[in-house]
Write a protein of this length. Structure first.
Length: 209
């Protein structure tokens, strides 16, 4: 009997350590299974709903695409008509000898280009004659050095331009003023330095005496 009691106590102790008996564990296991099943069911329902939603979206997109295609087809037809009309107008103009605005613009551009090219060629030839070709802008002789700067009067007389002396601008004046002030300040500094050194020397001599 004593041994039997001991065994029972041992078992109790073991149960206390593990915390649960076999029956309780089984019950808990069943609970967990049930919960898992319910979750799975819910998940399936959610997936079904998502699928339905997706299907609806796809249908909407398809319908939208079809509408756009139809619109494009209609628009394409209108554009084609307009293009054909424009071509017919062009042909009519050609027969009459008229030009469209765009063509006139293009011709004007070409003419300007031609003029620019002619001007450039003339300049280059002149530079070659005077031996200035191939030099940079700064190295080219100035107009006055080439003997330019002469004005023709209406009477046919040639007269040299009177060279005006340039007035000093405000900025330049200010610069010069600033320079002068700077120089004066420097001089003043030097004077102060000299005075300081002289005083030091005098003090030293007085101490020696």
């Amino acid at each position: 009997e004593k041994e039997g009691r001991k065994r029972k106590e041992k078992k109790k102790g073991r149960g206390e350590k593990e915390g649960k008996g076999r029956g309780e564990e089984e019950r808990e296991g069943e609970k967990k299974k049930k919960e898992r099943k319910e979750k799975e069911e819910k998940g399936r329902k959610g997936k079904r709903k998502k699928k339905k939603r997706r299907r609806g979206r796809k249908r909407k997109k398809r319908k939208k695409g079809e509408k756009e295609k139809r619109r494009k087809r209609e628009r394409g037809g209108e554009e084609k008509k307009e293009r054909e009309e424009g071509e017919r107008k062009k042909e009519r103009r050609k027969r009459k000898g008229k030009k469209g605005k765009r063509e006139e613009k293009r011709e004007g551009k070409k003419e300007r280009k031609r003029k620019r090219r002619r001007r450039k060629e003339k300049r280059e030839k002149k530079e070659e004659r005077e031996g200035r070709r191939g030099k940079g802008r700064k190295e080219r002789k100035k107009k006055k050095e080439r003997g330019g700067g002469k004005r023709r009067k209406r009477k046919g007389k040639r007269e040299e331009k009177g060279r005006k002396e340039k007035k000093k601008g405000r900025r330049r004046k200010g610069k010069e003023k600033g320079r002068k002030e700077g120089k004066e300040k420097k001089k003043e500094k030097e004077r102060k330095k000299r005075r300081k050194e002289e005083r030091k020397k005098e003090r030293r001599e007085e101490r020696k005496k």
